[in-house]
Design a protein around this ligand. Structure first.
Ligand code: NIG
Ligand code: FE
Length: 437
């Protein structure tokens, strides 16, 4: 018998996402579904996953333990969102309206809107206000089933404001049940004041901001917008060398608008992930397929930018690449916190199967942020992060589109969303560090 303090019983389906880690090719269709399944945990860690008969004979609920009834529901691992720009000020519905009238994202950016306008808005607000914004966005994510999120800086683009964004992420992580994986994206754009002196900005990044990030352990990943008119492959290679020296792992915004070769660079440099990949070439697809670099696709972006383009999800999957999905939540190119909506776009627009889309927001998404040993699947020893949806079976999650199917969310063995409400979320994760640097 194993002892548990939380048991979720009699779920119509428990989608475990167990099996190969990461999932490629055909294994992306393996969901490890258990009908009439139960999951139990003790002190935040899963101790049992199986059928009701096995649950009854193998699990003893501790006195005072909690039981949650999963009847009529489908359970999934807590969703993982492996690419967001969480800490930003302002919003950009003005640009959205111009795009509806025919302007393109890159034209607006060339006119000084785009990323630079969010840089201005983010520089203008305090760290405390940025933390509050992050917390309310994390509430929305949690209500939509996301229990771990990657968050990037990249709207500060100077020492003070890049650090402010990373500290806001650190403090939001301390205060909110959703776990945040932090990425330094100082190379998101060349800030206005350095437009004609890009080399000097690259020096500021590598010689001033990066050492500060390293010294205070403010990020785990380093990311670059490797794109025509932003950072070239050569500049990116130089930045990556500096980031690796500082002990950071690499992610890349690659092959979004122009096939510069960012995906090949990501593979050559052993990056954990390459993201966007709308214009990836056949050579890039083959390189990604032969690597352990996760292809993180962001179908919310061309959808939101009203572009008739899409990442070649089928070709990547058929070649054997590790495919994951993310929201890319940001005010300019993908204003959504919902991984369920992204899953639906992947099926409706990228021709992915429902099974592939679910694995892409759970176990493969966890792999894309180097968290696959802790989260992303429901199996003994992993964190008890779990979502219970009002759905009789897993295909229903995509079939019934445009709504939020999440009823309950468990994070680290605690029920943090009950009946679609966050209620009083724990004030902090129990860490005692001061909120001020
Ligand atoms: O991932 N492509 C670059 N960065 C973001 C967009 C950021 C913005 O427009 O504010 C992205 O799509
Ligand atoms: Fe992005």
């Amino acid at each position: 018998m194993v002892s548990a303090d939380l048991a979720v019983i009699r779920c119509n389906q428990v989608v475990t996402c167990c099996g190969d880690i990461p999932k490629r090719g055909k294994s992306l269709n393996d969901l490890g579904v258990i009908n009439q399944g139960c999951v139990a945990s003790s002190k935040g860690q899963i101790v049992f996953v199986g059928t009701e008969a096995d649950y009854l004979s193998q699990v003893r609920l501790e006195p005072g333990g909690t039981t949650l009834d999963g009847s009529g529901k489908t359970a999934l691992p807590g969703l993982v969102d492996p690419h967001t720009h969480l800490p930003f000020g302002g919003s950009r519905e003005n640009e959205f309206l111009l795009r509806i009238k025919g302007a393109t994202y890159r034209e607006l950016a060339a006119q000084g809107m785009g990323i630079q306008s969010t840089v201005d808005a983010t520089r203008a607000i305090s760290q405390d206000d940025l933390v509050s914004l992050c917390l309310s966005r994390l509430d929305i994510m949690l209500l939509h089933g996301t229990t771990t999120v990657e968050g990037k800086s990249g709207y500060g683009l100077n020492l003070k404001d890049e650090i402010k964004q990373l500290l806001a992420l650190k403090h939001a992580d301390q205060l909110h049940p959703v776990d945040i994986v932090k990425t330094f994206l100082g190379a998101h754009e060349v800030p206005r004041e350095y437009k004609s002196r890009k080399g000097e900005y690259i020096k500021l990044l590598t010689q001033t901001i990066l050492p500060e990030v390293e010294k205070n352990n403010l990020a785990e990943f380093f990311d670059i917008f490797c794109e025509e008119g932003v950072y070239s492959v050569e500049e990116s290679r130089h930045l990556i060398a500096a980031a690796k020296k500082a002990g950071l792992k690499i992610k890349l915004h690659a092959d979004e608008f122009v096939s510069l070769g960012g995906s090949q660079l990501a593979v050559d440099e052993g990056a954990v992930s390459a993201e966007h990949l709308i214009t990836i070439t056949d050579d890039g697809i083959q390189k990604m397929a032969a690597s352990n670099t996760t292809a993180i696709l962001l179908p919310g972006v061309p959808f939101f930018l009203l572009q008739n383009q899409k990442a070649p999800a089928r070709a990547l999957i058929e070649a054997g690449a590790i495919v994951a999905l993310a929201t890319d939540f940001n005010p300019g190119s993908s204003m959504t916190e919902s991984q369920f909506f992204i899953m639906q776009l992947a099926v409706y627009l990228l021709n992915m199967t429902v099974e592939e889309a679910i694995n892409a927001v759970t176990i493969n998404a966890a792999y894309g942020i180097d968290r696959h040993t802790e989260i992303g699947s429901l199996e003994v020893g992993k964190k008890m992060d779990m979502v219970l949806c009002d759905a009789p079976n897993f295909p229903y999650l995509v079939y019934h589109f445009g709504i939020n199917p999440v009823r309950h969310v468990i994070k680290n063995g605690k029920i943090v969303v009950r009946d679609k409400r966050t209620g009083a979320l724990p004030q902090s994760k129990g860490r005692t560090k001061s909120l001020r640097k």
